[in-house]
Design a protein around this ligand. Structure first.
Ligand code: BV8
Length: 232
């Protein structure tokens, strides 16, 4: 049995699929202010505007396709002779569409809707509106099933347990600026894992990693997976 491999991905893994990153020049947050759109306060103040923002991103996601990085991670999940845990900060479904299974979406998913009144979750329609009613309780309290700034990320217990047993921990396509995701590398090191950063350029946490692979994910990730699987 080979060592468990735990991977955390960020917006950089979906960049070459045409989905904007957050903090790169021209990234989503360069055009929209997250404080205005990705917080519960913003949603309470102007639900229609926040729904419009997520409806746009949901549409972009439907038009996007997985890139070689997503496919390489799905291959690793299929062919690695040990456990592979794929955690993502991304709210798109490109990992699943490339064939990855059991993906842990710590910041939620564009494809799901949440009722703020009764916590019911269901598959989101393409377009969500403030007047939508919850299919279970009927309240007009529906929101994207997304973890906003100031909200507690999902599945933190499962994530902590996976990171604690990792032999190899990789962060792919993340600027390392959002916590608690950016703190996971420290937990992995403390648990004895070898750590590798795979990114376009050094992230804010670059110094926390044992190894690094820089370049576009569509090139670096297939190369890294081939090295793991084929000993290449
Ligand atoms: C929480 C859903 C309490 C929304 C998102 C001060 C200090 C420290 C922390 C805080 C602080 N003030 C506030 C906080 C907490 C805050 C935080 O970290 N803020 C930051 C901005 C300072 N965090 C929170 O609020 C979190 N909740 O803290 O709850 C708590 C307390 C204790 C324990 C637990 C919880 C909730 C955070 C989640 C917010 N929601 N997303 C949406 O998507 O609309 S975060 C958002 O940023 C996305 O999820 C995104 O994925 C995530 C992280 O960004 P990245 O994925 O890293 O994307 P980014 O653009 O930044 O970087 C892209 C990288 O890819 C770049 O490095 C680039 O070089 C690279 N790249 C580009 N192209 C390519 C590439 N790499 C390879 N190939 C390419 N082609």
């Amino acid at each position: 049995m080979a060592e468990p491999v735990v991977i955390l991905t960020g917006a950089g893994v979906s960049a070459e699929s045409g989905l904007g990153t957050f903090r790169d020049k021209g990234g989503i947050w360069a055009r929209f202010d997250p404080a205005r759109l990705a917080t519960p306060e913003a949603f309470a103040a102007d639900p229609a505007q926040v729904h419009t923002f997520y409806n746009l991103r949901r549409a972009n996601c439907l038009d996007a396709a997985p890139n070689p990085a997503h496919h390489a991670l799905a291959r690793l999940g299929r062919d690695w002779p040990g456990e592979v845990v794929l955690i993502t900060q991304n709210v798109d479904d490109l990992h699943e569409r490339a064939g990855s299974t059991g993906v842990i979406h710590m910041h939620g998913r564009l494809a799901r809707a949440l009722c703020a009144a009764c916590a019911h979750r269901w598959d989101a329609p393409r377009e969500m509106r403030p007047t939508d009613r919850c299919p279970r309780c009927g309240e007009t309290a529906t929101r994207p099933d997304i973890v906003w700034f100031g909200e507690y990320p999902y599945h933190m217990d499962r994530i902590a347990a996976a990171v604690a047993r990792a032999g190899l921990f990789a962060v792919i396509g993340s600027s390392g600026q959002v916590y608690p995701a950016a703190g996971l590398v420290g937990e992995a090191r403390a648990a004895g894992a070898r750590t590798v950063e795979i990114n376009l350029e050094p992230s804010a946490r670059a110094d926390a990693f044992d190894d690094a692979l820089y370049g576009p994910a569509s090139e670096t990730v297939p190369h890294w997976v081939a090295g793991l699987l084929d000993g290449g």
